[in-house]
Every structure is written in C-alpha cells, then in structure tokens.
Design a protein around this ligand. Structure first.
Ligand code: GFB
Length: 309
C-alpha cells in the first residue's frame, strides 16, 4: 500500500476497525475511507455497490462484523450468521466488481474444530466439529474465507484472510450481557471495587483457556500482512500463549485492586476448552506480538475508566 492510495476500513468504529484506522493514521496513510453505519448499511447490497462505484477504494480492510461473547452468540444465532454473511458477501463481491487491488478479511479462531490439537495450525480448518455456542458465527466466517479463496482462484483477486485470537482493548464492548470475557471482567471487578462488593461472579468453571491479543497489536499485524503477504492460505494472528479464565480473573482482580472473592457460576457455559493458535507462520513472515498480557490489561482498564464511566 502506498501512503496516498485509497483505503476503505469497513467497521471503523468497532474494536478492530478503530485500531486499524489508528495504525494507518500513525503510519502516515493519508487517503482513508470510512462510513458510519447510519450513513451506509453494509448489509444492504445496493448501498455497498453504490459506495464502491463512487469511491473506488484500492485496498479494503473488512473488519465489519456482528460479534459478541459466548452468551450473545448462543442467544442470537440467527443474527450472527445472517448479518455476517450479508456484510462479507456484499463487501467481497463489490471489491471484485470495482477492482479493489487487495482485501483483508478478518476471521476468528472459532473457525477451528472444538477439539483441535493445540496450538492450532492453519491447516486444521474443516477437520472436525465446531464449538456449538458459536457455530453459526464460525460458519459465516468460514464462508468468508472460502469466498476470498474462491474469488482468488476463479478471478485472480488478492484477498487474504487472517484469524485473530481473542482480542481486547480500546472501543471494546463493555456490556455485561453481550461482551467477551476480558471487557466483562474489567467492568465487573471495577464495579465490585467501587461498590465494595464481597465477591465477583465469573461465568463457567474457570478452567477453559484462552489466548488474548491487544487490539493495537492485531491492527499492526493486519497492516503488516496487507503489505507483505498475498498467498491464498489463511494466517493466524496471536501471541502463542494462553491463560485459564480462573487465572485471568485473578490477574484482572489484582490489576483493578479488588479485595473480595471470586465465585465461579458453572451454570454458565464454558465454551471450547482451549483455543491457542500456532503463530509460526506469522512469525516467519516477520511479525511478533510484544505487549504483555498484564501491560495490555492495564491499558484496557485505563481506557475503560477514561471513556466508559
Ligand atoms: O470471551 P467469551 O465470551 O467467548 O468467553 P469465547 C470466554 C470464556 O470466559 C468462557 C468465560 O468460558 C466464558 O464462560 N467467562 C467468565 C465469561 N466470565 C465471563 C463473563 O463475565 N463474560 C463472558 N463473556 N465470558 C467467543 C465466541 O467465544 O469468542 C465468538 O463466542 C468469538 O464466536 C469470540 O470467536 C472471540 O472465547 O468462548
């Protein structure tokens, strides 16, 4: 990507899109294109086609998606599969119709089988059954990967798909019902400290393990990959280390400074037991994560206090 080329960031107000926008601005990219959802509904094919026709973006970061934590995925499966299929179909096809040079599609590590060997290599895609709590979302993301690869094969496009691990950071969703575990626990421990509560409730058994990547690092990896990779195969983006939900809760508790107890609510689902990605391919390409989990949580907590209270 040249600094003056026209780059469309779909989903620029979300966790991922806003981080990609920050990264591109910081690196001096000057021709950045984005639209609020009130200006363009990405689920509407006509609106998307008209936008691509009039703006003719040269590069596209497809970071727009309907996302949520384990309960949101489990409660609104129709919304997750429909909205994601519509958004990605419209943008990928419009990119082809209006000659986009390169597109980067954001997938998710929930595309891998529930019981995939750990760490999960890119070639494990479609080798086993998916985790039921997020199967509709994962199927939409798998369709996006296959759509990119099929367009590359049939039309000679350059559409890349990356699979980020669990993300957190500025502009995350801190709503306790629909959020992912990291923002939920930051909010729960902070509010418990403020209210001098005796305990904080953590969903599930605390045994599942997850890998967490600070979203500004993800954005950096995405821009790096856009500039240095154009193969058909997907690329994992992660840190290569994971932590149990129980240990994560204890770490956040310490960072926030909550003095009470932690209670596990095993009536809530655990989801997939472990989800650690193999980052060998990404490291070989020349990119490696640097922010430690503790440092990232401190930054996310600061952002929450500055912006969400
Ligand atoms: O982050 P999370 O909602 O999503 O949950 P997944 C991760 C783990 O944290 C689960 C536990 O075992 C939860 O039960 N957990 C503990 C909590 N306390 C809480 C809490 O207060 N809120 C939440 N949300 N979880 C999602 C998928 O899976 O991850 C999506 O549903 C997507 O499709 C996303 O892939 C990255 O990691 O289980």
């Amino acid at each position: 990507m040249e600094k003056q080329e026209k780059i469309f960031i779909a989903g620029h107000r979300g966790l991922v899109g806003s981080a990609i926008l920050r990264n591109l601005e910081n690196q001096g990219y000057s021709n950045l294109l984005y639209r609020a959802s009130s200006e363009m509904d990405l689920r509407n094919q006509q609106e998307v086609l008209e936008f691509f026709k009039s703006e003719e973006p040269e590069f596209v970061f497809l970071a727009a998606a309907k996302v949520g934590g384990i309960i949101a995925n489990n409660t609104y499966p129709a919304d997750f599969i429909r909205d994601n299929l519509m958004i990605q179909n419209n943008i990928i096809d419009a990119s082809y119709k209006f000659g986009v040079k390169k597109l980067l599609f954001l997938g998710s590590t929930c595309i891998y089988p529930k019981f995939a060997p750990q760490p999960m290599k890119e070639e494990y895609l479609l080798t086993g059954e998916l985790e039921p709590t997020n199967e509709p979302y994962a199927i939409a993301k798998i369709a996006g990967i296959k759509m990119c690869q099929s367009y590359n094969r049939q039309y000679g496009t350059k559409y890349i798909s990356v699979m980020p691990t669990n993300l957190y950071g500025p502009y995350d969703n801190f709503d306790l019902e629909t959020s992912h575990v990291m923002p939920a626990l930051i909010r729960k421990f902070h509010e418990a400290k403020e209210n001098e509560s005796s305990f904080v409730e953590v969903w599930g058994t605390g045994n599942p393990k997850r890998e967490f990547l600070y979203v500004d690092e993800l954005a950096d990896a995405c821009v790096f990959i856009m500039n240095h990779y154009e193969e058909n195969e997907i690329v994992n983006i992660g840190v290569g280390e994971d932590i149990s939900i129980g240990d994560l809760a204890r770490l956040i508790k310490d960072i926030v400074g909550f003095k009470g107890a932690i209670r596990f609510d095993s009536s809530k689902p655990d989801g997939t037991p472990r989800k650690l990605v193999d980052v060998t391919k990404l490291n070989k390409l020349g990119w490696k994560a640097e922010t430690s989990l503790e440092q990232g949580i401190k930054q996310a907590y600061k952002w929450f206090m500055d912006n969400q209270l």
